[in-house]
Design a protein. Structure first.
Length: 361
């Protein structure tokens, strides 16, 4: 007798959420039973249309949060925007698990590996909510996520000696559609030295990507110096530059390179780096991707010396679209493992067995 599919609610239909709906629809072990939307304009529309599938799925999207929780799904795949509402989104996730619903989410990213990143009271409350609801929570994606936690840790299994692990995203964001992220959070199109940009406030990078550094360190058994070290290098666009999210005037910020560094006794041991451009030819002296558009790079210094460039492309050739697909699918393909896990916070260190089983066409 076959096992019935897991009943899943998709929480949002944005740049990642629309691919989650398509992924759940395609997955043989999952059944879409509900979809949450934030805007009244989407309320009442069929999920298939919102996902761009050009067909109805028979599931009507709703703004009614309580109605979706009343469905008592096995899991929620949560991809609602969290970058600009971290505290509220943590409260949302906590309420879901307390209600007995397992959650797989793309954010907030500090929950990817919350130990040392999330303040103690909040971590205790989140763990208690998981225990009370007998449910699990997993936060992941592609970055922060697979490209800079699972992939580098798997590679370290080939090492005889490790001196340093560096994980990088090197990408052109010109086709990345997230206006709030691009302008308000990164500051593209603003003065290079603007002091009101969220991401460059002290400690924010460590909150956003420090979980990556700490998770790699935990996987390698390292105790890091505290606090983590942050470096930022913002550069102006040399010419007027147009992206799908924001227009960037010459002289305003067009590219940025930042690092979050984990040190042991003062030595750099684990480095998370982002090299973000808004046109491929900007700041040519910075690291460049192995293929046009972007790549994730893992470099392990030691014996042996190892380097892997991981690239992806959508069927239309765009790397930003496929970035949304890979983020969505890492979540969708993790659902069954998270549902089967013991109640609590589930990190990538617990899920090395996640595969694309059942998806071969």
């Amino acid at each position: 007798m076959s096992t019935p599919p897991l009943r899943v609610v998709g929480w949002s239909t944005g740049t990642v959420g629309r691919h989650v709906i398509a992924g759940i629809d395609r997955h043989p072990d999952l059944q879409l039973v509900g979809v949450w939307v934030s805007s009244p304009e989407k309320d009442g529309q069929d999920a298939g249309r919102l996902a761009g599938l050009d067909r109805d799925l028979g599931i009507t999207a709703t703004t009614d949060r309580e109605a979706l929780l009343a469905l008592k799904p096995d899991a929620i795949v949560h991809t609602a925007m969290t970058d600009d509402r971290i505290f509220e989104s943590i409260e949302d996730l906590q309420a879901f698990v307390a209600a007995g619903i397992n959650v797989v989410s793309s954010g907030p990213v500090l929950l990817q590996y919350p130990y040392g990143a999330l303040w103690a009271d909040a971590l205790e409350q989140l763990e208690k909510a998981c225990a009370d609801g007998a449910a699990s929570l997993h936060v992941n994606g592609i970055d922060p996520g697979f490209a800079n936690d699972v992939l580098p840790l798997v590679m370290t299994s080939l090492s005889q000696r490790i001196d340093q692990v560096r994980v990088s995203e090197i990408a052109d964001y010109s086709t990345y559609y997230q206006p709030v992220v691009m302008r308000d959070i990164f500051g593209f199109g603003k003065p290079v030295d603007a002091d009101d940009v969220m991401l460059w406030q002290p400690g924010i990078l460590s909150m956003g990507w420090g979980s990556v550094v700490r998770q790699i360190a935990a996987g390698l058994g390292l105790t890091l110096d505290e606090p983590l070290t942050e470096t930022v290098d913002r550069r102006p666009a040399e010419v007027d530059t147009r992206t799908v999210s924001v227009d960037i005037a010459a002289g305003t910020m067009g590219a940025v390179r930042f690092q979050v560094i984990g040190r042991v006794d003062g030595e750099d041991k684990v480095i998370l780096e982002h090299v973000t451009r808004t046109a491929e030819d900007q700041v040519p002296e910075w690291p460049t991707p192995s293929e046009g558009g972007g790549c994730y790079r893992v470099e392990i210094t030691g014996q042996p010396m190892m380097k892997v460039d991981f690239t992806h492309r959508g069927e239309d050739g765009d790397h930003n679209v496929s970035g949304m697909v890979t983020t969505a699918q890492r979540l969708v393909n993790s659902v069954s493992s998270v549902v089967a896990a013991k109640p609590g916070i589930v990190t990538a260190l617990d899920l090395f067995h996640v595969t694309g089983k059942g998806l071969v066409s």
